[in-house]
Design a protein around this ligand. Structure first.
Ligand SMILES: Cc1cc2nc3c(=O)[nH]c(=O)nc-3n(C[C@H](O)[C@H](O)[C@H](O)COP(=O)(O)O)c2cc1C
Length: 427
């Protein structure tokens, strides 16, 4: 088979619940830092998604929306916590639809993975286990709080549907609150929500059921789940545990699963790459500026070592979660989406052609090149992500964007070319 024939799989349709998309290259969640301080959608946020929609991206998964204010991860994060947010959310859905894309809202709660003191009302988690990365010691959620969280989550999902979103994604990976409930290391509860695997899964099943009741049959519910907790020497979940969780969720009406990896406390397996610019950017331009002085000082002193160690432990590779994804694929009937390191069409097509996943999802390579899907369709090469992770280092402090100097130059030239193609030289 020729390379072109192999790549054609990328433009095969895929059905997720009641939704069919025309291609297998999905924009995954990247928190935007573009909302108002109280979580309303801005023009900037709508414009951000317009580029992906213009590119023909079949499905856009938004950055995480909080379902209740106590679940915010960062400043300037959007909320789906009140009906007054619906008109702004509708603008996001409308812009996607105007260009033929589908849009899925990711819903999350940070639990203990919160950063700036500004967002910390009273951090909660499954249990009072401090986060070694953020230094936060959360309080254990009470049963009545769990019930109102589940209800709040379902109401938020219904708001997304009313705003015109095509799907929602439950964020249960990367160490956020629902991941904290699943993982024995972070869940030490002795009640109905802790202990056995069945009990640790209970909150997620409650959410799935409550969301389904509100959105009805046919409305796609996706989940983002770890393929491995990457918590060595701690009681983290391994792939077979997580596959079993996905299997139970599938039996209860889940429509698709996206596979990621790690908790914040794992280091950087979630965003394998090159860390030479990361720590400086975090400290000088990112939320590191708001870290306690002592933490800033020790990070400044150790940033060279931290970068060298991170480069060694978590180097970039294409499709770095595929080893996990293929184990889910073997056990499930619903579509399996794999995130992690994808940048070129050959690796994406191979992942699908070899049956390791049904679709790929992309964060950083699409921040570098929002027209990635268009470029792949036209067999062109756009700006190439260098996986420097500066985009991540800016989260919570600046609107999400690529700041790698070479990529920024390549991208400006590319956007100019595209504009001329679209409007002619007169524009
Ligand atoms: C700037 C940035 C923001 C992110 N925000 C989110 C988010 O809101 N929700 C989420 O599930 N993952 C988030 N992630 C993780 C990505 O969705 C993805 O799992 C990870 O970057 C690996 O994919 P990639 O190699 O294609 O970048 C973010 C990553 C980046 C770089």
């Amino acid at each position: 088979m020729t390379e072109t024939a192999k790549r054609s799989v990328l433009f095969d349709p895929l059905t997720i619940g009641g939704m069919t998309i025309p291609s297998r290259i999905i924009k995954t969640a990247t928190t935007e830092t573009m909302s108002t301080e109280d979580g309303f959608v801005t023009d900037e946020l709508v414009a951000f998604y317009e580029l992906y929609a213009e590119a023909g991206t079949p499905l856009i998964i938004t950055g995480n929306f909080y379902t209740q204010r106590s679940g915010r991860v960062y400043n300037r994060m959007p909320g789906a916590d009140h009906d007054d947010k619906i008109p702004g959310m509708k603008r996001m859905a409308d812009i996607a639809h105007r260009h033929g894309s589908k849009i899925c809202a990711q819903l999350s709660h940070a639990g203990r993975q919160v950063f700036q003191p500004a967002t910390l009302d009273d951090p909660v988690s499954a249990s009072a286990v401090s986060d070694k990365f953020s230094g936060i010691k959360p309080r254990e959620m009470r049963i009545d709080e769990i019930r109102s969280f589940v209800e709040g989550f379902a109401r938020a999902a219904e708001r997304c549907q009313r705003a015109g979103f095509d799907a929602i994604q439950i964020h249960a990976s990367q160490g956020y609150l629902l991941s904290q409930f699943l993982t024995p290391y972070t869940n030490r509860r002795q009640d109905a929500y802790g202990g056995s695997a069945e009990n640790r899964l209970r909150i997620l099943l409650d959410i799935l059921k409550a969301v389904r009741e509100r959105v009805g049959e046919g409305f796609p519910i996706l989940i983002k789940l770890n393929g491995d907790d990457a918590l060595p020497l701690r009681k983290g979940l391994k792939t077979p545990d997580l596959v079993e969780i996905a299997r139970v969720l599938e039996d209860h009406g889940l429509d698709a699963v996206e596979i990621s990896v790690g908790h914040y406390e794992s280091g950087f397996p979630t965003i394998r790459g090159n860390f030479n610019r990361f720590f400086d950017t975090l400290l000088n331009e990112g939320i590191g500026q708001e870290y306690p002085r002592g933490k800033q000082r020790s990070m400044r002193l150790s940033k060279g070592i931290l970068a060298a160690l991170s480069n060694r432990l978590w180097p970039h590779s294409e499709g770095f979660n595929l080893g996990y994804a293929e184990q889910f694929k073997r056990a499930l009937k619903i579509p399996v989406i794999c995130v992690g390191g994808f940048t070129g069409p050959d690796a994406m097509a191979e992942a699908i052609n070899t049956g390791q996943c049904d679709a790929v999802s992309i964060a950083r390579a699409m921040i570098a090149d929002p027209y990635l899907v268009r470029h792949i369709r036209r067999q062109e090469i756009g700006p190439q992500c260098r996986f420097c992770n500066a985009c991540l280092a800016h989260v919570g402090a600046r609107a999400v964007d690529c700041s790698h100097p070479e990529v920024v130059t390549e991208r400006a030239a590319m956007l100019e070319r595209e504009r001329k193609r679209c409007f002619g030289n007169a524009a």
